[in-house]
Write a protein that binds this ligand. Structure first.
Ligand code: SF4
Length: 401
């Protein structure tokens, strides 16, 4: 991991972006903002999942009107996503949003952009200035459009990044001329390699905080890989102050995956259980894949970062589960449960899920009461005796029932 690049800090309600502030997680609602109850429910679900900031689209006056009712009911700062209509930005600021996402290129009248900047300054509202691969080519000026398209045809990747940087620089001149610096930048591409290059180039030119994202990443299954390749690379290079993973799916999944990415990079402390599980192999004797899914769902109710291992055998399982607070090693019809290196119970396959959950919950409670400490890597798990087999081919030693 490279040290985090030093950026300016902006304040989005109670959440700081940039500077020494931890990398924050953002998401965006998929509801119609004017449907107030649905929007409030989704923002609450996103906040519950771990989102620090939530963005909503405000294409119509009825959406900005709804903001007045939504804002008092939600626990996280709200960003209004504005395209084309500067009035929506003015109304959103008036309604009390904590940040505006604006593409000045979509607002033709410079005086209108100046008015939005003035309103944001008066209210202490920062602005994200974003360029996206999908909308980067000029639409109205035919000559400029032809010129940009010709450039892209010649060498797509380099020219795209060049156009993105040129446009961002042009937008930033407007903000500079207004002496307004509460700005966050983004430059999203569909391609992770372009995203990495674009943000790296921006970070070398500007010290504004960066909002990382891959645009139109697709469904979760592939979008997850696309996003984590780009964002994980940038973050491990010290680039990025706030992230949005985006899927064509339930946005709560975006937050789960962003959180896991930041946990894995050590950029956010884990607050919930960590599940490790073996990939299974020809030694497996139980339905471990189903068990792992069931354990994952049950552990979601525990709010202590206990490390739990679900392993398919006693051959390699103990070594691979090293460092786990609670572990089960499954064998034919049975599972041996360990808590911090100590054999606790041997249970039948049908009882494994509940027993593992009970031991995990009990251990988490002890940690919360200060009677136990989370494993910092000092626990060794000695291999248990071979597990019981119904046909009696392997001798068994049951530790406890
Ligand atoms: S723990 Fe055992 S069953 Fe699981 S992958 Fe390793 S050797 Fe195979």
């Amino acid at each position: 991991m490279q040290p985090r690049r030093k950026t300016r800090q902006v304040q989005v309600g109670p959440v700081a972006i940039g500077g020494e502030a931890p990398v924050s997680i953002q998401s965006m609602t998929s509801t119609y903002t004017y449907e107030i109850d649905e929007t409030v429910a989704q923002i609450q679900a996103l906040a519950q999942a771990g989102a620090d900031i939530v963005r909503v689209a405000v294409p119509d006056p009825k959406d900005t009107e709804a903001l007045k009712h939504i804002l008092p009911q939600v626990p996280v700062p709200i960003v209004a996503d504005v395209h084309f209509h500067f009035q929506r930005a003015m109304e959103a600021v008036e309604a009390g949003v904590h940040k505006i996402r604006l593409n000045p290129g979509n607002i033709q009248d410079r005086q209108q952009v100046d008015r939005v900047i003035r309103a944001c300054r008066e209210r202490g509202v920062p602005i994200r200035v974003g360029v996206n691969e999908g909308g980067i080519v000029e639409r109205k000026d035919k000559e400029q459009r032809a010129e940009e398209k010709a450039k892209l045809e010649a060498s797509y990747e380099d020219q795209l990044i060049g156009i993105m940087l040129e446009k961002l620089d042009a937008y930033l001149r407007i903000f500079d001329e207004n002496d307004f610096h509460d700005v966050v930048l983004s430059a999203k591409s569909i391609d992770p390699r372009i995203t990495i290059k674009a943000y790296t180039a921006i970070s070398e030119r500007h010290d504004y905080p960066l909002h990382l994202g891959v645009t139109h990443a697709g469904p979760k299954e592939t979008g997850c890989i696309r996003s984590v390749v780009a964002l994980g690379t940038l973050l491990s290079n010290g680039i990025g102050d706030t992230v949005r993973i985006s899927y064509a799916s339930d946005p709560v999944l975006e937050v789960h995956d962003a959180k896991e990415m930041l946990n894995c990079l050590g950029l956010r402390p884990r607050v919930e259980p960590e599940l490790i599980a073996c990939p299974t192999c020809g030694r497996i004797e139980v339905d471990l894949i189903t068990l792992v899914q069931q354990v994952r769902e049950k552990l979601a109710t525990i709010k202590t970062p206990v490390k739990v291992a679900v392993m398919g055998c006693v051959v390699n399982g103990p070594g691979e589960a090293e460092g786990a607070d609670v572990a089960v090693f499954a064998g034919k019809g049975r599972g041996i449960i360990y808590v911090q290196g100590e054999q606790k119970r041997t249970v039948n396959e049908a009882e494994m899920l509940d027993a593992l959950y009970e031991e995990s919950l009990a251990f988490a409670d002890r940690v919360e009461r200060g009677e136990a400490q989370l494993n910092q890597g000092g626990v060794t798990i000695a291999p248990p005796d071979p597990l019981p087999r119904e046909d009696g081919t392997l001798p068994l030693r049951v530790v406890s029932q």
